[in-house]
Design a protein around this ligand. Structure first.
Ligand code: TXA
Ligand code: MG
Length: 350
């Protein structure tokens, strides 16, 4: 696996993009940064490239990929029907951290869409992603560049740990900004439905297109027999090896509960940790307090979450107690990822 570090000098970097173009046009795989997380890219119209992506990630082949584009024309090539609402959202939020589900056109192979008749499309705003797509001249199918089941990568180091030796190239530029995957909205049916919460919230969508629903699978546990609409949402995702419990309720009670439970786990000889915030970090008399960021700045928490989840593995942590996040804004996306990382282990202490 070739690792190429972006310098920021447009001319000098040209070689990197030319090399990536060559790889993508020959059915190979290139990992690259976006404004959300690193993606693992291949030619979206090449069924074999998509198969390679699934293989490299160890991802089930019924979990469809997002097709990344660099201009609006592509939207009409990949989809047979672009509703007015989709166009309104594209104009407002693209390039940016939004993925839209639309009815697919014939050029999109079913290997890319996991056998579905719809396709997920996103136009990223990250400079490297955008130039890679434009200069390569291919639509790039890209899931997050992690081993399936691991937290999504927000740094090149994470991609290297998971995929080195399995893909052709990694473009390194650690300027990933948001740290959580794009918001996904399904526009292939009557009422637009959010399938995955992200930086762009329900309120943001509703300001542009009116009523928007949230897929029930996002909030509750996915019950057997009930199929979530984004197939990816059914897998235990984003998970480190440690067993995580999220504790919800009044701050003082949460802190007391966590201190007590950690003490018990310590006595059992477990390697334990607390996941906390700037506001509460001093309340835990414990040597392993991992600080996500400040509650005053939820974006800082979003940005650090996956790195901290990976750090637990690196540090051999076995048991984690975490505070919860429940605001209507990015907090919802943070909580959605955290609940999955915890395998739905949530305790209320009110
Ligand atoms: O921010 C992102 O979206 C990142 C970067 C690389 O762009 N990509 C990403 O891809 O998170 P991935 O594969 O990790 O997540 C794609 C999600 C999965 O949950 C998948 O099931 C859903 O999108 N999805 C893809 N195509 C779909 C479709 N046609 N219908 C419903 N859900 C779909
Ligand atoms: Mg993923």
């Amino acid at each position: 696996t070739r690792i190429r570090v972006v310098s920021g000098d447009e001319k000098k970097d040209n070689l990197i993009y030319e090399e990536a173009k060559e790889i993508l046009n020959n059915g190979g795989l290139v990992a690259f940064p976006t404004e959300t997380v690193y993606g693992l890219g291949g030619d979206a119209l090449d069924a074999n490239a998509s198969k390679k992506i699934y293989a490299a990630k160890g991802r089930p082949s019924d979990n469809p990929l997002i097709v990344h584009i660099a201009d609006l024309d592509a939207l009409y090539k990949l989809s047979v029907e672009v509703p007015e609402k989709a166009l309104a959202l594209a104009k407002k939020f693209w390039p940016g951290p939004m993925t839209m589900i639309l009815k697919k056109s014939d050029i999109v192979p079913s290997a890319t869409t996991g056998g579905l008749e719809t396709v997920a499309i996103r136009m990223p705003s990250h400079k490297v992603a955008n130039r890679l797509i434009a200069q390569s001249g291919v639509y790039i199918a890209a899931p997050s560049a992690n081993t399936s089941g691991k937290p999504s990568p927000t740094r090149a180091e994470h991609v290297i740990n998971d995929l080195s030796g399995k893909i052709d190239m990694i473009i390194q530029d650690d300027t990933v900004d948001i740290g959580l995957e794009s918001s996904i909205i399904d526009l292939s049916e009557e009422i637009p439905t959010i399938l995955r919460p992200g930086y762009i919230t329900k309120k943001d969508f509703e300001e542009v297109i009116g009523e928007v629903r949230i897929d029930p699978a996002i909030v509750g546990e996915v019950k057997p027999g009930v199929k979530p609409k984004a197939p990816g949402m059914k897998y235990k995702h984003y998970a480190p090896n440690a067993e995580i419990t999220i504790v919800e309720g009044d701050t003082k009670k949460v802190v007391d509960y966590i201190n007590e439970e950690i003490k018990k786990a310590d006595e059992l000889g477990k390697k334990t940790a607390v996941m906390a915030t700037d506001e509460t970090k001093s309340c835990y008399g414990h040597e392993h307090v991992y600080v996500l960021g400040s509650r005053e700045d939820e974006l800082s928490i979003a940005k650090n979450l996956y790195k901290v989840l990976r750090d637990f593995d690196k540090d051999g942590i076995e048991v984690v107690y975490s505070e919860s996040f429940d605001s209507a804004d990015v907090g919802q996306a943070i909580m959605n990822r955290l609940i999955k990382a915890a395998g739905h282990k949530l305790v209320k202490v009110d």
